[in-house]
Design a protein around this ligand. Structure first.
Ligand code: AMP
Length: 509
Protein backbone atom coordinates (compact mmCIF):
# COMPACT_ATOMS: atom_id res chain seq x y z
CA UNK A 1 0.00 0.00 0.00
CA UNK A 2 1.37 3.44 -0.87
CA UNK A 3 1.93 5.69 2.13
CA UNK A 4 -0.68 8.17 3.31
CA UNK A 5 -0.08 11.82 2.57
CA UNK A 6 0.68 12.33 6.25
CA UNK A 7 3.43 9.73 6.23
CA UNK A 8 4.94 11.40 3.18
CA UNK A 9 4.77 14.85 4.74
CA UNK A 10 6.31 13.65 7.99
CA UNK A 11 9.08 11.89 6.10
CA UNK A 12 9.83 15.24 4.39
CA UNK A 13 10.26 17.12 7.68
CA UNK A 14 13.86 18.41 8.06
CA UNK A 15 16.21 16.12 10.04
CA UNK A 16 16.55 18.98 12.47
CA UNK A 17 12.97 19.35 13.62
CA UNK A 18 13.72 22.52 15.54
CA UNK A 19 13.73 24.25 12.14
CA UNK A 20 10.81 26.60 11.70
CA UNK A 21 7.89 25.35 9.63
CA UNK A 22 5.91 28.54 9.80
CA UNK A 23 5.99 31.93 11.38
CA UNK A 24 2.99 34.18 11.69
CA UNK A 25 4.28 37.74 12.00
CA UNK A 26 0.77 39.27 12.19
CA UNK A 27 -0.17 37.22 15.22
CA UNK A 28 -1.20 39.23 18.29
CA UNK A 29 -1.54 36.58 21.04
CA UNK A 30 -0.71 32.95 20.10
CA UNK A 31 2.97 32.07 19.58
CA UNK A 32 4.19 33.27 16.23
CA UNK A 33 6.80 30.59 15.45
CA UNK A 34 6.06 26.94 14.87
CA UNK A 35 8.91 24.47 14.49
CA UNK A 36 8.42 21.25 12.56
CA UNK A 37 8.57 19.39 15.90
CA UNK A 38 5.73 21.51 17.24
CA UNK A 39 3.64 21.12 14.10
CA UNK A 40 4.06 17.33 14.13
CA UNK A 41 3.29 17.07 17.85
CA UNK A 42 0.21 19.26 17.52
CA UNK A 43 -1.07 17.12 14.63
CA UNK A 44 -0.59 13.96 16.74
CA UNK A 45 -2.37 15.42 19.78
CA UNK A 46 -5.19 17.01 17.80
CA UNK A 47 -5.75 13.66 16.07
CA UNK A 48 -5.95 12.02 19.51
CA UNK A 49 -8.51 14.65 20.55
CA UNK A 50 -10.69 13.87 17.51
CA UNK A 51 -10.43 10.15 18.17
CA UNK A 52 -11.30 10.75 21.83
CA UNK A 53 -14.46 12.56 20.71
CA UNK A 54 -15.48 9.33 19.01
CA UNK A 55 -14.49 10.18 15.43
CA UNK A 56 -13.45 7.21 13.32
CA UNK A 57 -11.41 6.93 10.12
CA UNK A 58 -13.43 8.46 7.27
CA UNK A 59 -15.43 10.83 9.50
CA UNK A 60 -15.50 14.43 8.34
CA UNK A 61 -14.03 17.35 10.31
CA UNK A 62 -15.48 20.64 9.06
CA UNK A 63 -13.56 23.83 9.69
CA UNK A 64 -14.71 27.43 9.26
CA UNK A 65 -12.10 29.53 11.00
CA UNK A 66 -9.67 32.35 10.30
CA UNK A 67 -6.24 31.34 9.03
CA UNK A 68 -3.90 30.34 11.84
CA UNK A 69 -1.03 27.87 12.45
CA UNK A 70 -3.49 25.80 14.52
CA UNK A 71 -5.78 25.49 11.49
CA UNK A 72 -2.91 24.01 9.49
CA UNK A 73 -2.15 21.61 12.36
CA UNK A 74 -5.83 20.55 12.31
CA UNK A 75 -5.51 19.75 8.61
CA UNK A 76 -2.41 17.64 9.35
CA UNK A 77 -4.21 15.96 12.26
CA UNK A 78 -6.96 14.88 9.87
CA UNK A 79 -4.43 13.48 7.41
CA UNK A 80 -2.69 11.65 10.23
CA UNK A 81 -5.82 10.17 11.79
CA UNK A 82 -7.58 9.32 8.52
CA UNK A 83 -10.32 11.89 9.17
CA UNK A 84 -11.61 13.76 6.13
CA UNK A 85 -10.79 17.48 6.21
CA UNK A 86 -13.58 19.79 5.07
CA UNK A 87 -12.56 23.46 4.97
CA UNK A 88 -15.25 26.10 4.52
CA UNK A 89 -14.86 29.54 3.01
CA UNK A 90 -14.77 32.03 5.90
CA UNK A 91 -17.16 34.28 3.99
CA UNK A 92 -19.99 31.70 3.95
CA UNK A 93 -23.25 32.85 5.51
CA UNK A 94 -25.28 30.53 7.80
CA UNK A 95 -27.49 29.31 4.91
CA UNK A 96 -24.42 28.15 3.01
CA UNK A 97 -22.92 26.47 6.10
CA UNK A 98 -26.26 24.78 6.74
CA UNK A 99 -26.23 23.22 3.28
CA UNK A 100 -22.65 21.98 3.55
CA UNK A 101 -23.08 20.54 7.05
CA UNK A 102 -26.32 18.82 6.03
CA UNK A 103 -24.67 17.36 2.96
CA UNK A 104 -21.32 16.31 4.46
CA UNK A 105 -22.58 15.23 7.91
CA UNK A 106 -19.32 15.91 9.75
CA UNK A 107 -18.67 14.41 13.17
CA UNK A 108 -17.15 17.69 14.34
CA UNK A 109 -17.45 21.33 13.26
CA UNK A 110 -14.81 23.84 14.35
CA UNK A 111 -15.89 27.47 13.94
CA UNK A 112 -14.89 30.97 14.95
CA UNK A 113 -16.15 31.85 18.46
CA UNK A 114 -18.23 34.66 16.92
CA UNK A 115 -20.22 32.09 14.92
CA UNK A 116 -20.72 29.59 17.75
CA UNK A 117 -24.43 30.20 18.27
CA UNK A 118 -25.48 29.86 14.63
CA UNK A 119 -23.12 26.91 14.13
CA UNK A 120 -24.60 25.10 17.15
CA UNK A 121 -28.11 25.57 15.74
CA UNK A 122 -26.99 24.19 12.37
CA UNK A 123 -25.13 21.29 14.03
CA UNK A 124 -28.18 20.39 16.14
CA UNK A 125 -30.41 20.43 13.05
CA UNK A 126 -28.17 17.93 11.30
CA UNK A 127 -27.26 15.71 14.25
CA UNK A 128 -23.60 16.79 14.38
CA UNK A 129 -22.23 15.64 17.72
CA UNK A 130 -19.48 18.16 18.40
CA UNK A 131 -18.88 21.89 17.89
CA UNK A 132 -15.63 23.53 19.02
CA UNK A 133 -14.34 27.08 18.54
CA UNK A 134 -11.01 28.53 17.43
CA UNK A 135 -10.00 32.10 16.63
CA UNK A 136 -7.01 33.47 14.73
CA UNK A 137 -5.08 34.01 17.97
CA UNK A 138 -5.33 30.48 19.35
CA UNK A 139 -8.28 31.03 21.66
CA UNK A 140 -11.46 28.98 21.88
CA UNK A 141 -12.86 25.70 23.19
CA UNK A 142 -10.80 23.72 20.67
CA UNK A 143 -7.58 25.03 22.24
CA UNK A 144 -8.88 24.30 25.76
CA UNK A 145 -9.81 20.74 24.79
CA UNK A 146 -6.53 20.14 22.97
CA UNK A 147 -4.54 21.39 25.98
CA UNK A 148 -5.86 18.45 28.02
CA UNK A 149 -4.65 15.88 25.49
CA UNK A 150 -1.13 14.58 26.05
CA UNK A 151 -1.13 11.37 24.05
CA UNK A 152 -0.52 11.03 20.31
CA UNK A 153 -2.73 9.14 17.88
CA UNK A 154 -0.62 6.82 15.71
CA UNK A 155 -0.95 7.56 11.98
CA UNK A 156 -3.86 5.68 10.39
CA UNK A 157 -3.00 3.19 7.66
CA UNK A 158 -4.54 5.19 4.80
CA UNK A 159 -3.99 4.07 1.21
CA UNK A 160 -3.83 6.12 -1.97
CA UNK A 161 -7.56 5.77 -2.62
CA UNK A 162 -8.72 6.77 0.87
CA UNK A 163 -10.31 10.18 1.24
CA UNK A 164 -8.16 12.97 2.62
CA UNK A 165 -10.38 16.01 2.04
CA UNK A 166 -13.66 17.23 0.62
CA UNK A 167 -13.66 20.72 -0.89
CA UNK A 168 -16.96 22.18 -1.99
CA UNK A 169 -17.17 23.94 -5.31
CA UNK A 170 -20.34 25.66 -6.40
CA UNK A 171 -22.05 23.90 -9.25
CA UNK A 172 -24.09 24.77 -12.29
CA UNK A 173 -27.04 23.17 -10.53
CA UNK A 174 -26.75 25.99 -8.02
CA UNK A 175 -25.88 23.76 -5.09
CA UNK A 176 -22.24 23.31 -4.08
CA UNK A 177 -20.70 19.90 -4.82
CA UNK A 178 -18.15 18.20 -2.54
CA UNK A 179 -15.07 17.22 -4.54
CA UNK A 180 -13.61 14.08 -2.91
CA UNK A 181 -9.80 14.16 -2.90
CA UNK A 182 -7.79 11.13 -1.91
CA UNK A 183 -4.41 10.81 -0.21
CA UNK A 184 -3.05 9.66 -3.58
CA UNK A 185 -4.49 12.67 -5.45
CA UNK A 186 -2.95 15.17 -3.06
CA UNK A 187 0.37 13.36 -2.60
CA UNK A 188 1.07 12.88 -6.30
CA UNK A 189 0.17 16.47 -7.15
CA UNK A 190 2.14 17.86 -4.21
CA UNK A 191 5.27 15.97 -5.24
CA UNK A 192 4.85 16.96 -8.90
CA UNK A 193 4.66 20.65 -7.95
CA UNK A 194 7.48 20.53 -5.40
CA UNK A 195 9.78 19.01 -8.01
CA UNK A 196 8.58 21.11 -10.98
CA UNK A 197 9.04 24.32 -9.00
CA UNK A 198 12.26 23.15 -7.25
CA UNK A 199 11.21 23.63 -3.64
CA UNK A 200 13.88 22.75 -1.05
CA UNK A 201 14.50 23.14 2.68
CA UNK A 202 16.14 26.49 1.94
CA UNK A 203 12.93 28.07 0.67
CA UNK A 204 10.90 30.70 2.50
CA UNK A 205 7.40 30.81 1.03
CA UNK A 206 5.44 33.99 1.68
CA UNK A 207 1.92 32.58 2.16
CA UNK A 208 -0.86 35.18 1.81
CA UNK A 209 -3.61 32.96 0.34
CA UNK A 210 -6.64 31.67 2.22
CA UNK A 211 -6.41 28.03 3.34
CA UNK A 212 -10.01 27.00 2.66
CA UNK A 213 -9.21 26.73 -1.07
CA UNK A 214 -7.02 24.28 -3.00
CA UNK A 215 -4.56 27.01 -4.00
CA UNK A 216 -3.54 28.10 -0.49
CA UNK A 217 -4.10 24.78 1.25
CA UNK A 218 -2.73 22.21 -1.17
CA UNK A 219 -0.59 23.96 -3.77
CA UNK A 220 1.20 26.28 -1.34
CA UNK A 221 1.34 24.18 1.84
CA UNK A 222 2.28 20.92 0.13
CA UNK A 223 5.16 22.55 -1.76
CA UNK A 224 6.51 23.86 1.55
CA UNK A 225 5.78 20.84 3.78
CA UNK A 226 6.94 18.23 1.28
CA UNK A 227 10.30 19.96 1.06
CA UNK A 228 10.77 20.91 4.72
CA UNK A 229 10.72 24.61 3.80
CA UNK A 230 9.63 27.56 5.93
CA UNK A 231 6.48 29.63 5.46
CA UNK A 232 5.70 33.21 6.45
CA UNK A 233 2.03 32.90 7.23
CA UNK A 234 -0.03 36.06 6.69
CA UNK A 235 -3.67 36.00 7.82
CA UNK A 236 -4.69 37.43 4.47
CA UNK A 237 -3.30 39.37 1.53
CA UNK A 238 -2.38 42.73 3.00
CA UNK A 239 -0.27 44.75 0.57
CA UNK A 240 1.78 46.46 3.28
CA UNK A 241 2.52 43.17 5.05
CA UNK A 242 3.54 41.52 1.77
CA UNK A 243 5.89 44.44 0.94
CA UNK A 244 7.34 44.20 4.45
CA UNK A 245 8.03 40.43 4.33
CA UNK A 246 8.96 40.03 0.66
CA UNK A 247 12.67 40.92 1.01
CA UNK A 248 13.22 37.79 3.17
CA UNK A 249 11.19 35.41 1.00
CA UNK A 250 12.25 33.16 -1.87
CA UNK A 251 8.80 32.26 -3.25
CA UNK A 252 5.31 33.77 -3.45
CA UNK A 253 2.05 32.37 -4.79
CA UNK A 254 -0.88 34.54 -5.75
CA UNK A 255 -4.09 35.01 -7.65
CA UNK A 256 -3.84 37.68 -10.39
CA UNK A 257 -5.50 40.26 -8.11
CA UNK A 258 -2.52 40.03 -5.73
CA UNK A 259 -0.19 41.00 -8.56
CA UNK A 260 -2.28 43.93 -9.78
CA UNK A 261 -2.47 45.19 -6.20
CA UNK A 262 1.29 44.87 -5.72
CA UNK A 263 1.83 46.79 -8.95
CA UNK A 264 -0.62 49.53 -7.94
CA UNK A 265 2.07 51.60 -6.15
CA UNK A 266 5.67 52.58 -6.99
CA UNK A 267 6.84 51.23 -3.63
CA UNK A 268 6.71 47.74 -5.18
CA UNK A 269 9.96 47.52 -7.07
CA UNK A 270 13.11 45.54 -7.86
CA UNK A 271 14.70 46.34 -4.48
CA UNK A 272 12.15 44.19 -2.65
CA UNK A 273 12.59 41.03 -4.69
CA UNK A 274 16.36 40.50 -4.70
CA UNK A 275 15.97 37.30 -2.64
CA UNK A 276 13.07 35.87 -4.64
CA UNK A 277 13.38 32.94 -7.01
CA UNK A 278 9.71 32.25 -7.88
CA UNK A 279 6.37 34.02 -8.28
CA UNK A 280 3.42 31.85 -9.36
CA UNK A 281 -0.10 32.79 -10.41
CA UNK A 282 -3.31 30.86 -10.85
CA UNK A 283 -7.02 30.38 -10.06
CA UNK A 284 -7.95 32.99 -12.69
CA UNK A 285 -6.40 34.32 -15.90
CA UNK A 286 -3.32 36.51 -15.51
CA UNK A 287 -3.53 39.36 -18.00
CA UNK A 288 -0.60 39.65 -20.40
CA UNK A 289 -0.27 43.30 -19.42
CA UNK A 290 0.13 42.31 -15.74
CA UNK A 291 2.76 39.69 -16.68
CA UNK A 292 4.68 42.25 -18.78
CA UNK A 293 4.45 45.07 -16.25
CA UNK A 294 5.61 42.74 -13.49
CA UNK A 295 8.58 41.64 -15.55
CA UNK A 296 9.52 45.20 -16.42
CA UNK A 297 9.23 46.29 -12.77
CA UNK A 298 10.97 43.32 -11.09
CA UNK A 299 12.85 41.33 -13.70
CA UNK A 300 10.75 38.25 -12.79
CA UNK A 301 8.49 36.33 -15.19
CA UNK A 302 5.44 35.18 -13.19
CA UNK A 303 4.99 31.42 -13.60
CA UNK A 304 1.32 30.82 -14.46
CA UNK A 305 -0.24 27.44 -13.79
CA UNK A 306 -3.72 25.98 -14.16
CA UNK A 307 -5.79 23.69 -12.02
CA UNK A 308 -9.09 23.26 -10.30
CA UNK A 309 -10.48 21.92 -7.05
CA UNK A 310 -11.41 18.59 -8.65
CA UNK A 311 -8.00 17.95 -10.18
CA UNK A 312 -5.38 19.90 -8.29
CA UNK A 313 -2.84 21.36 -10.70
CA UNK A 314 -2.88 20.14 -14.29
CA UNK A 315 -0.44 22.34 -16.17
CA UNK A 316 2.38 24.70 -15.39
CA UNK A 317 4.67 27.02 -17.29
CA UNK A 318 8.25 25.74 -17.11
CA UNK A 319 10.62 26.54 -14.26
CA UNK A 320 13.49 26.54 -16.72
CA UNK A 321 12.56 27.63 -20.20
CA UNK A 322 10.18 30.19 -21.55
CA UNK A 323 7.17 31.24 -19.45
CA UNK A 324 4.66 32.47 -21.98
CA UNK A 325 2.16 35.15 -21.02
CA UNK A 326 -1.43 34.18 -21.74
CA UNK A 327 -0.66 30.45 -21.48
CA UNK A 328 -0.77 27.98 -18.60
CA UNK A 329 2.17 25.94 -19.83
CA UNK A 330 2.53 22.17 -20.18
CA UNK A 331 0.92 19.18 -18.44
CA UNK A 332 2.61 18.33 -15.14
CA UNK A 333 4.27 14.91 -14.80
CA UNK A 334 1.57 12.30 -14.09
CA UNK A 335 -1.16 14.35 -15.81
CA UNK A 336 -2.37 14.07 -19.40
CA UNK A 337 -4.47 16.75 -21.10
CA UNK A 338 -6.35 16.70 -24.37
CA UNK A 339 -8.68 19.01 -26.30
CA UNK A 340 -11.82 17.50 -27.85
CA UNK A 341 -14.68 18.78 -29.98
CA UNK A 342 -18.31 18.84 -28.80
CA UNK A 343 -18.68 15.50 -30.59
CA UNK A 344 -15.80 14.04 -28.56
CA UNK A 345 -13.23 13.98 -31.38
CA UNK A 346 -9.62 14.60 -30.48
CA UNK A 347 -8.51 18.01 -31.80
CA UNK A 348 -5.08 18.92 -33.11
CA UNK A 349 -2.80 21.79 -32.15
CA UNK A 350 -4.31 25.22 -32.63
CA UNK A 351 -7.89 23.92 -32.48
CA UNK A 352 -10.25 25.12 -29.74
CA UNK A 353 -12.40 22.68 -27.75
CA UNK A 354 -13.22 21.25 -24.34
CA UNK A 355 -10.22 20.52 -22.13
CA UNK A 356 -10.11 17.06 -20.55
CA UNK A 357 -7.59 15.70 -18.05
CA UNK A 358 -6.53 12.31 -16.74
CA UNK A 359 -4.04 11.33 -14.08
CA UNK A 360 -3.33 10.48 -10.46
CA UNK A 361 -4.33 14.04 -9.54
CA UNK A 362 -7.95 13.68 -10.70
CA UNK A 363 -10.50 13.47 -7.87
CA UNK A 364 -12.70 10.53 -6.90
CA UNK A 365 -16.01 12.16 -7.76
CA UNK A 366 -18.50 14.39 -5.95
CA UNK A 367 -19.61 13.42 -2.46
CA UNK A 368 -22.93 11.56 -2.57
CA UNK A 369 -23.53 12.51 -6.23
CA UNK A 370 -22.62 9.37 -8.20
CA UNK A 371 -24.66 10.37 -11.25
CA UNK A 372 -23.25 13.89 -11.43
CA UNK A 373 -19.76 12.45 -10.98
CA UNK A 374 -20.25 9.92 -13.78
CA UNK A 375 -21.48 12.68 -16.13
CA UNK A 376 -18.23 14.59 -15.71
CA UNK A 377 -16.10 11.69 -16.97
CA UNK A 378 -15.86 10.38 -20.52
CA UNK A 379 -16.29 6.68 -21.23
CA UNK A 380 -12.54 6.27 -21.49
CA UNK A 381 -11.97 7.86 -18.08
CA UNK A 382 -11.04 11.50 -18.80
CA UNK A 383 -12.43 14.32 -16.64
CA UNK A 384 -14.26 17.10 -18.45
CA UNK A 385 -12.89 20.28 -16.88
CA UNK A 386 -15.51 22.59 -18.36
CA UNK A 387 -12.70 24.87 -19.54
CA UNK A 388 -12.33 25.67 -23.21
CA UNK A 389 -8.74 25.50 -24.43
CA UNK A 390 -6.27 25.23 -27.27
CA UNK A 391 -2.83 23.60 -27.32
CA UNK A 392 -0.40 25.46 -29.56
CA UNK A 393 2.23 23.94 -31.85
CA UNK A 394 4.86 24.20 -29.08
CA UNK A 395 2.64 22.34 -26.62
CA UNK A 396 1.65 25.32 -24.43
CA UNK A 397 -1.95 25.15 -23.23
CA UNK A 398 -4.05 28.30 -23.72
CA UNK A 399 -7.33 28.68 -21.82
CA UNK A 400 -9.75 30.57 -24.00
CA UNK A 401 -12.98 30.46 -22.02
CA UNK A 402 -15.18 28.61 -19.65
CA UNK A 403 -17.91 26.35 -20.82
CA UNK A 404 -19.52 26.33 -17.43
CA UNK A 405 -20.36 30.01 -17.36
CA UNK A 406 -18.41 30.50 -14.20
CA UNK A 407 -17.46 33.98 -12.95
CA UNK A 408 -14.11 34.30 -11.21
CA UNK A 409 -14.09 37.29 -8.91
CA UNK A 410 -10.82 38.06 -7.11
CA UNK A 411 -9.77 34.44 -7.66
CA UNK A 412 -12.98 32.97 -6.20
CA UNK A 413 -15.53 31.07 -8.23
CA UNK A 414 -19.02 32.44 -8.49
CA UNK A 415 -21.62 30.26 -10.19
CA UNK A 416 -24.42 32.40 -11.67
CA UNK A 417 -27.08 29.76 -11.10
CA UNK A 418 -26.75 29.90 -7.32
CA UNK A 419 -27.40 33.66 -7.32
CA UNK A 420 -30.10 33.55 -10.00
CA UNK A 421 -32.09 31.14 -7.84
CA UNK A 422 -32.02 33.55 -4.91
CA UNK A 423 -32.99 36.54 -7.07
CA UNK A 424 -35.80 34.59 -8.74
CA UNK A 425 -37.16 33.66 -5.31
CA UNK A 426 -37.76 37.34 -4.49
CA UNK A 427 -41.54 38.01 -4.74
CA UNK A 428 -41.05 41.05 -7.00
CA UNK A 429 -38.90 39.17 -9.52
CA UNK A 430 -40.03 37.29 -12.59
CA UNK A 431 -36.62 36.13 -13.76
CA UNK A 432 -32.96 37.06 -13.75
CA UNK A 433 -29.57 36.38 -15.29
CA UNK A 434 -26.18 36.89 -13.67
CA UNK A 435 -23.23 37.52 -15.96
CA UNK A 436 -19.56 38.21 -15.37
CA UNK A 437 -18.05 41.48 -16.60
CA UNK A 438 -14.60 43.04 -16.32
CA UNK A 439 -13.89 44.62 -12.92
CA UNK A 440 -10.93 46.89 -12.29
CA UNK A 441 -9.91 45.26 -9.00
CA UNK A 442 -11.42 41.76 -8.95
CA UNK A 443 -10.73 40.91 -12.61
CA UNK A 444 -14.33 39.90 -13.04
CA UNK A 445 -17.53 40.65 -11.14
CA UNK A 446 -21.15 39.60 -11.36
CA UNK A 447 -23.88 41.85 -12.73
CA UNK A 448 -27.56 40.99 -12.16
CA UNK A 449 -29.99 41.61 -15.01
CA UNK A 450 -33.51 41.40 -13.63
CA UNK A 451 -37.07 41.31 -15.00
CA UNK A 452 -39.70 42.39 -12.46
CA UNK A 453 -43.26 41.06 -12.26
CA UNK A 454 -45.92 43.48 -13.58
CA UNK A 455 -46.69 46.34 -11.21
CA UNK A 456 -44.00 45.35 -8.72
CA UNK A 457 -41.14 47.58 -7.61
CA UNK A 458 -37.65 46.84 -6.39
CA UNK A 459 -34.54 48.99 -6.60
CA UNK A 460 -30.90 48.06 -7.06
CA UNK A 461 -29.82 48.83 -3.49
CA UNK A 462 -32.63 46.76 -1.95
CA UNK A 463 -31.95 43.79 -4.22
CA UNK A 464 -28.22 43.78 -3.49
CA UNK A 465 -28.81 44.25 0.25
CA UNK A 466 -31.06 41.18 0.31
CA UNK A 467 -28.43 39.11 -1.46
CA UNK A 468 -25.81 40.26 1.05
CA UNK A 469 -27.86 38.66 3.81
CA UNK A 470 -27.72 35.30 2.11
CA UNK A 471 -24.41 35.15 0.28
CA UNK A 472 -20.73 35.59 0.91
CA UNK A 473 -19.74 39.08 -0.27
CA UNK A 474 -17.62 37.87 -3.17
CA UNK A 475 -20.70 36.21 -4.69
CA UNK A 476 -22.94 39.28 -4.46
CA UNK A 477 -23.25 41.04 -7.85
CA UNK A 478 -21.64 44.47 -7.92
CA UNK A 479 -24.51 45.99 -9.92
CA UNK A 480 -28.14 45.19 -10.77
CA UNK A 481 -30.05 46.40 -13.82
CA UNK A 482 -33.78 46.12 -14.51
CA UNK A 483 -35.01 45.24 -18.02
CA UNK A 484 -38.32 44.42 -19.76
CA UNK A 485 -37.18 40.97 -20.91
CA UNK A 486 -34.05 38.82 -21.23
CA UNK A 487 -32.64 38.11 -24.70
CA UNK A 488 -33.16 34.44 -25.66
CA UNK A 489 -32.09 32.21 -28.54
CA UNK A 490 -34.42 29.94 -30.50
CA UNK A 491 -33.86 27.15 -27.97
CA UNK A 492 -35.12 29.45 -25.23
CA UNK A 493 -31.69 29.83 -23.63
CA UNK A 494 -30.81 33.25 -22.25
CA UNK A 495 -28.10 34.78 -24.45
CA UNK A 496 -25.64 35.71 -21.79
CA UNK A 497 -23.07 36.76 -24.36
CA UNK A 498 -25.39 39.64 -25.39
CA UNK A 499 -25.84 40.67 -21.77
CA UNK A 500 -22.09 40.59 -21.22
CA UNK A 501 -21.65 42.92 -24.19
CA UNK A 502 -24.36 45.31 -23.02
CA UNK A 503 -23.00 45.60 -19.47
CA UNK A 504 -19.29 45.21 -20.24
CA UNK A 505 -18.43 48.65 -18.82
CA UNK A 506 -20.71 48.47 -15.78
CA UNK A 507 -17.90 47.68 -13.30
CA UNK A 508 -14.83 49.17 -14.96
CA UNK A 509 -14.30 52.24 -12.82
P1 AMP B 1 -11.24 26.29 -8.54
O1 AMP B 1 -11.94 24.98 -8.54
O2 AMP B 1 -11.80 27.29 -7.60
O3 AMP B 1 -9.76 26.14 -8.34
O4 AMP B 1 -11.46 26.94 -9.99
C1 AMP B 1 -11.05 26.25 -11.12
C2 AMP B 1 -11.23 27.08 -12.35
O5 AMP B 1 -10.43 28.26 -12.27
C3 AMP B 1 -10.72 26.37 -13.58
O6 AMP B 1 -11.66 25.44 -14.08
C4 AMP B 1 -10.44 27.52 -14.53
O7 AMP B 1 -11.63 27.94 -15.16
C5 AMP B 1 -9.98 28.61 -13.59
N1 AMP B 1 -8.51 28.77 -13.57
C6 AMP B 1 -7.61 28.21 -12.76
N2 AMP B 1 -6.36 28.59 -13.07
C7 AMP B 1 -6.48 29.41 -14.14
C8 AMP B 1 -5.55 30.14 -14.94
N3 AMP B 1 -4.25 30.13 -14.70
N4 AMP B 1 -6.07 30.88 -15.96
C9 AMP B 1 -7.39 30.91 -16.21
N5 AMP B 1 -8.31 30.26 -15.48
C10 AMP B 1 -7.86 29.52 -14.46
Amino acid sequence: MSPSLYTLIEASFPDDRSRIALEAPDRVHGTAEWSYARLGNAAARYAALFSGLGLAVGDRVALKVEKSPEALAIYLACLRGGFVFLPMNTAYRPDEVDYLVGNAEPGLVICDPSAEESTREIAARHGVRHVLTLDADARGSFIDAAAKVTDALPPAACGANDLAAILYTSGTTGKPKGAMLSHGNLASNGIALRDAWRFTEDDLLLHALPIFHAHGLFVACHCALLSGARMIWLGKFDRDAVLRELPRATAFMGVPTFYTRLLSGDDFNRNLVGHMRLFTSGSAPLLTETFEEFRARTGHAILERYGMTETGMNTSNPYDGERRAGTVGFPLPGTDVRVVSDEGELLGSGEVGGLQVRGSNVFRGYWRMPEKSAEEFTEDGWFRTGDVAMIDADGYVHLVGRAKDLIISGGFNVYPKEIEELVDDMPEVLESAIVGVAHADFGEAGVAVVVLRPNRELDEAALLARLKQKLANYKVPKRAFFVESLPRNTMGKVQKNLLRDTYCDACRS
